[in-house]
Design a protein. Structure first.
Length: 180
């Protein structure tokens, strides 16, 4: 069994506004098609089946500990992105997915930027996410949005902690250390 090597990326400054479009919360009305996105997302990130994709959709849409959004630049969902509750290390951005036919059009960047902007408006920062070290396209996307590497490990587990260092905006910096 191979293990994905993950990196923690952190951003403390709000990404620039995305182009025109609507970031809306996913709802049960999206049930006819959104579980298929979760299945593709799960398969791309290490596995999954129809049942786990349906369960993930249910958790994201009804869970009190997470929020899922859809990016609609033209009235049609083109990307999804979610986030968890604010925690001691910031807010985790997760479930970033764009269907293959919609990739390389800026949809993921727009969706992540809008979620970060929405979180910032609510006073929640910094934001972090986990990314596969071998996923060059994701690295480039997140780098353009201002995310920087904070740590990695070889087994896919990362322990994060606040440091005493403060960023230029006064927020506590986040550091990451592998869990060995």
């Amino acid at each position: 069994m191979s293990t994905t090597r993950l990196a923690v990326l952190v951003v403390t400054t709000t990404p620039a506004a995305a182009g025109p479009g609507l970031l809306r919360r996913a709802t049960h009305a999206d049930r006819p098609w959104l579980p298929a996105w979760f299945l593709d997302y799960q398969r791309a990130t290490g596995g999954g089946d129809q049942a786990s994709a349906a369960a993930a959709f249910q958790r994201w849409v009804t869970g009190a500990d997470r929020t899922l959004y859809l990016w609609e630049p033209d009235g049609i969902p083109r990307a999804m992105v979610g986030h968890g509750l604010p925690g001691p290390y910031g807010v985790r951005i997760a479930a970033v997915y764009v269907p293959p036919a919609e990739r390389r059009r800026g949809h993921a960047a727009a969706a992540v930027a809008q979620v970060c902007r929405r979180l910032a408006a609510g006073g929640h920062a910094p934001w972090y996410l986990l990314v596969d070290i071998d996923d060059i396209a994701a690295w480039r996307l997140y780098h353009r949005l201002g995310f920087v590497a904070a740590g990695d490990d070889r087994r896919g587990r990362v322990a994060m902690r606040r440091s005493n260092h403060r960023t230029s905006r006064g927020a506590r910096a986040i550091t990451a250390a592998p869990v060995w």
